[in-house]
Ligand binder design. Structure first.
Ligand code: MN
Length: 506
């Protein structure tokens, strides 16, 4: 059915495009980001596990620590090929070779503006250096990527000459970087078409997002024959970043039907891992991986979604495909069908009149800008229906938390769980983490924390805070609840206990 309504570019029933990830190189050049050694290894493992073909692990000549990191990543024995970046000098190439990389990526500025202002070499000198260094790389190693830095602002005839020189010297792939993110998709298509026609070498493309066109330009290059794309997780990178991995992959797979070899069902998990390590939050509206991508709030959309999920989603991209989840959210646009569905899921069955009351109440709370959690909904239903629904699995009795500059944050709890008294203690990164870990430790079922959100309601260090927590039970069902007060740890504990107590009722 979908085949009829979606426009596929037929010329792209064309085999495979490989993914080259530069999160650890260009991504790490994002202002304000510095991954730790351990985080870099973890990211490399993840990228390899999801099927990235090549990982640019770093720039070994830039520092001793960088060189050690690239070596360590290579030693992980990942399935992905490991690449190191080098300027066009033997010393830089040697630094890569010392790390035992699978491929050396050499680059040199070719646009007049960068050539004159950064390396101060003539066009002829750039050709001679490229020839010499690419040959040097190939004398030592099987794979060499050649980048003409600022290719999109380079005189076209000269650019062809540069790429021909690199290909003749033995470059195994040529990279066309839109270094400052200034090309348009149609111009990119023309440029790649010409290079593909005149230079006999596979083409890779590296696009920047200064005008928000990184992904579009990458796709345009693929349309014109590029066989590899450079991306970063969450689009990290210098300035406005690079082409986003999840978006680029899903466009190729779902719209163009190109096989990328990526395990798409792990895209959301990968995005969250890098978000956590980089400290850069994913906006809710971020394509593919954002929280809102498969969330539906308005009455008309939710009603459609309940009947057929393809009504208000792309269909060719589902939450299951990318490791996401679909959810109906409660807000001021919510409709009767969505509320009825959410209550049915929790085995709550109001009459039509009671449902009207519940919907009105939800809308009233939401219009004040407050998030309506599952716990709020059940409470509203209880009062509208005049019944007591709750059977609390978990009742907290005591909690004690220790934290300081020379101790590992530790928490111990005493609680009643389904009538039995239980005690547990746990450590954490901080007092909140320790407290939540201790509570999760007293309950028998496997419950995971999926979301933790804290808001300071008023300014100052005595601010009231409001914590919202979502938990996932062993069946993959998600419940959210909140807690508030003037103690950040106790508010978090309250939110978690409330969320856990929702699980039994569903
Ligand atoms: Mn770049």
């Amino acid at each position: 059915m979908l085949r009829e309504i979606v426009f596929f570019t037929d010329s792209h029933a064309r085999g495979e495009v490989t993914v080259f990830d530069t999160t650890l190189r260009d991504g790490e050049q994002t202002p304000g980001i510095a991954f730790t050694f351990e985080q870099k290894l973890e990211i490399a493992r993840q990228l390899s596990a999801i099927g990235v073909y090549q990982i640019e692990a770093g720039f070994p000549a830039s520092s001793k620590a960088e060189k050690e990191t690239v070596s360590a990543i290579k030693k992980l024995g990942c399935e992905a090929k490991i690449c190191g970046l080098a300027r066009m000098t033997k010393a830089d190439v040697d630094a890569c070779l010392d790390c035992d990389v699978d491929m050396v990526h050499v680059f040199i500025p070719t646009s007049d503006i960068q050539r004159v202002h950064t390396i101060n070499k003539s066009r002829e000198e750039v050709l001679a250096i490229s020839d010499k260094i690419v040959r040097y790389v190939r004398d030592h190693i099987a794979l060499c990527m050649f980048s003409a830095m600022d290719a999109t602002r380079t005189d076209r005839d000269y650019l062809i000459e540069v790429f021909q020189t690199a290909a003749d010297a033995g470059a195994t792939i040529i990279n066309v970087p839109d270094t400052v993110g200034v090309i348009s998709p149609s111009a990119m298509k023309q440029l790649i078409t010409r290079i593909a026609r005149e230079v006999d070498c596979p083409i890779d493309v590296h696009c920047h997002n200064d005008f928000g066109l990184a992904v579009a330009n990458t796709i345009a290059a693929v349309e014109a024959g590029a066989s590899q794309v450079q991306v970063t997780v969450n689009g990290l990178g210098e300035r406005a970043g690079n082409a986003d991995l999840a978006q680029t992959v899903m466009i190729m797979e779902s719209i163009y039907r190109i096989n990328t070899g990526i395990r798409k069902e792990r895209l959301v998990e990968t995005s969250r891992l890098v978000s956590r390590f980089s400290g850069i939050a994913i906006p809710p509206t971020q394509p593919v991986v954002g929280d809102n991508v498969f969330s539906h709030e308005s009455g008309i959309h939710s009603h459609g979604m309940i009947k057929c999920s393809e009504t208000f989603e792309p269909g060719i991209m589902t939450p299951e495909m990318v490791g996401h989840r679909r959810r109906l959210t409660l807000g001021k646009h919510v409709g009767r069908h969505a509320v009825r569905q959410m209550l049915t899921d929790a085995h709550i069955d109001p009459s039509d009149g009671q449902l009207d009351t519940i919907v009105e109440k939800v809308k009233a709370i939401a219009s004040k800008g407050k998030r309506v959690t599952d716990a709020d909904l059940y409470e509203i239903a209880e009062s509208a229906m005049g019944i007591e629904l709750s059977h609390k699995m978990l009742t907290l009795q005591d909690i004690a938390i220790m934290t300081g500059n020379h101790v590992i944050p530790t928490a111990s709890v005493k609680a009643t769980v389904s009538g039995n008294e239980r005690v547990h203690s746990a450590v954490g990164n901080g007092p909140v983490d320790a407290a939540l870990n201790a509570i999760l430790g007293v309950i028998p079922s496997r419950i995971q924390l999926k979301e933790f959100n804290i808001e300071a309601i008023s300014g100052g260090s005595d601010a009231m805070c409001h914590v919202t927590i979502a938990v996932e039970d062993e069946h993959g069902r998600i419940f959210d609840a909140s807690g508030s007060g003037d103690d950040i740890v106790l508010s978090s504990v309250e939110a978690l206990v409330n969320a856990i107590n929702l699980i039994n009722r569903a």
